[in-house]
Design a protein around this ligand. Structure first.
Ligand code: ADP
Length: 297
């Protein structure tokens, strides 16, 4: 295991119990941390990157104890927070050079080489002279990853990886992370977007209200939803009824009516046929059945 978390608790000064006796083992490779807003993902990430102290519990990162060896952990860790901002006065390559200097790369010749290589591998070499705050959203995100990677960390934590990216950049960014993870780096993706996880993570955890609701592979989570996804063909009038009764995943026009996908144990009163589940279906199933979170109003 690259990261081991035992009985972790975080109670904020106002009494919010954000992490409740959390236990989690994170292997190397790409790990997805999925959960609705307020689940405790950011709290956990902030503790892992040693920006915040837990109230109690143990965290071990590649053999280092977070309570006693924060400095050592920081040295092997890269972090891309959700609200990453660039200093307006830096050009793209200057920003990366600055990040490299901060991480202790003192030899200017080696540093320049590392910066150029990194710009090349995240596809920003051609825009290296552009001011960082003038880059597109996707480019900024890639520069964010570049600064998290510049000191060759063993673990990278990415908070809400694809927020604000268009579909093309989303795919490009995910592929970039996959490539990085193939070099033996552990990447933790913290997200409320199912699509960020399904295509790339071998292991995942579903968090809810400060606890782990599911731990395993996306395939295992999907398996638990088999036989619970249904396709119903309805008229425009019936659509409202179905929507009131079941959690609806998608609604597609079909002939004169609609084809609706719902996630539920069984469908009564409508002509339904089973449909193969995906991770999004599984997430909704968990939200409704295991966590009682689905509100259908
Ligand atoms: P997520 O990242 O999954 O959306 P968070 O870790 O941000 O979840 O929040 C978990 C819980 O802790 C929520 O109930 C949230 O309101 C609470 N919380 C987060 N930050 C603070 C804070 N600084 N002070 C008090 N409560 C907080």
């Amino acid at each position: 295991m690259s990261i081991s978390i035992k009985a972790l608790n975080k109670v904020y000064p106002n009494g919010n119990h954000a992490l409740k006796n959390l236990n989690l083992e994170i292997p190397t490779g790409m790990f997805g941390l999925l959960g609705p807003n307020g689940a405790g993902k950011s709290t956990l990430m902030r503790i892992l990157v040693a920006l915040m102290e837990p109230s109690s519990g143990e965290v071990n990162v590649f053999g280092y104890d977070l309570r006693k060896q924060r400095k050592e952990i920081r040295a092997i860790l890269g972090y891309l927070p959700q609200d990453f901002r660039f200093f307006a006065k830096y050009k793209t390559y200057e920003f990366l050079d600055y990040a490299a200097r901060l991480s202790g790369m003192n030899n200017s010749k080696l540093r320049k080489q590392a910066v150029d290589n990194m710009l090349e591998s995240v596809g920003l070499f051609d825009v290296r002279e552009r001011y960082a705050n003038k880059l597109s959203g996707g480019m900024k995100r890639r520069l964010g990853i570049a600064q998290a990677l510049i000191h060759n960390p063993k673990v990278i934590i990415v908070d809400e990886p694809t927020t604000g990216l268009d579909p093309e950049e989303r795919i490009r960014f995910r592929n970039l992370l996959s490539e990085v993870s193939e070099n033996g780096v552990t990447i933790i993706l913290s997200t409320h977007i199912v699509g960020d996880i399904s295509s790339s993570c071998k292991h995942m955890a579903l968090m809810n209200k400060g606890e782990v609701a599911f731990y395993g592979s996306p395939e295992e989570m999907i398996k638990r939803t088999e036989g619970k996804v249904w396709r119903i063909k309805v008229s425009a009038d019936e659509l409202h009824e179905v929507d009131k009764k079941y959690p609806v995943i998608s609604t597609i026009p079909s002939g004169t009516g609609w084809e609706v996908q719902v996630v539920t144990e069984e469908v009564v009163g409508f002509d339904a046929e089973p449909y193969p589940p995906n991770l999004e279906h599984a997430y909704v199933y968990y939200m409704e059945n295991e966590l009682n979170l689905w509100t259908n109003d």
